[in-house]
Design a protein around this ligand. Structure first.
Ligand code: FES
Ligand code: FES
Length: 203
């Protein structure tokens, strides 16, 4: 038995300076519309329930005058695309990670994350970078507690946060990247006593 077909609606999203129309299920989230409708897979689908920040995009009202009145920065505020209805996002100007770099090159946030080695698997990075971008748009030279607060909704399972905070400080120009001197590994202490041959055990 097949279920009844989902009702489709046409939504127009203003993403990275371009208006694009796409047919989505009526209850589709903004994240689903971006990833599966428009092919913008930089926004990640982590928890899909508003907990991890992997789906963060920046949003401001389409009307610039209203954006100024609201005190929004150049690209707006971070929102969670996984708990935003695609239909409701039609009044917003959105910036995803695909729109963060400019024709002149990487955004300073992206460059600093690379320079500081502030990523491992990269799954959290789009959301981290966009939250950091919003912070620097409002507060060009934030304190460490301000950085920690701004990124508190973005979870990283790999790196710890030290290098991430460092990268935001580097992008803000408040510190230099740490010297990446490799940590020298020490040889294991010698084993006293006769060596014992190890026999391989066939599976
Ligand atoms: S995917 Fe985790 S908050 Fe959206
Ligand atoms: S680098 Fe893997 S989750 Fe952050």
């Amino acid at each position: 038995m097949t279920g009844s077909p989902q009702k489709q609606v046409l939504v127009t999203l203003h993403v990275n300076g371009e208006a694009q129309s796409v047919a989505v299920a009526a209850q589709a989230t903004l994240l689903e519309a971006l990833r599966y409708g428009l092919g913008l897979t930089g926004s990640k689908q982590g928890c899909d329930k508003g907990d991890c920040g992997a789906c963060t995009v920046l949003a401001r009202p389409l009307d610039d005058a209203q954006a100024r009145a609201d005190g929004c920065g150049a690209r707006g505020e971070p929102i969670l695309a996984c708990i935003t209805l695609a239909q409701d996002a039609q009044t917003l100007a959105l910036t995803t990670i695909e729109g963060l770099a400019s024709p002149q090159g990487l955004d300073p946030i992206q460059q600093a994350f690379a320079d500081c080695g502030a990523l491992q698997c990269g799954f959290c990075q789009p959301g981290m970078m966009l939250s950091a971008r919003a912070l620097l748009d409002h507060t060009p030279r934030p304190s460490l507690p301000q950085i920690q607060q701004a990124l508190s909704g973005n979870l990283c399972r790999c790196t710890g946060y030290t290098k991430i905070y460092e990268a935001v400080q580097v992008a803000a120009g408040t510190r230099e990247p740490s010297q990446g001197v490799p940590v020298r590994s020490e040889p294991a202490p010698g084993v006293s006593g006769p060596r014992v041959a190890v026999e391989e055990i066939a599976p």
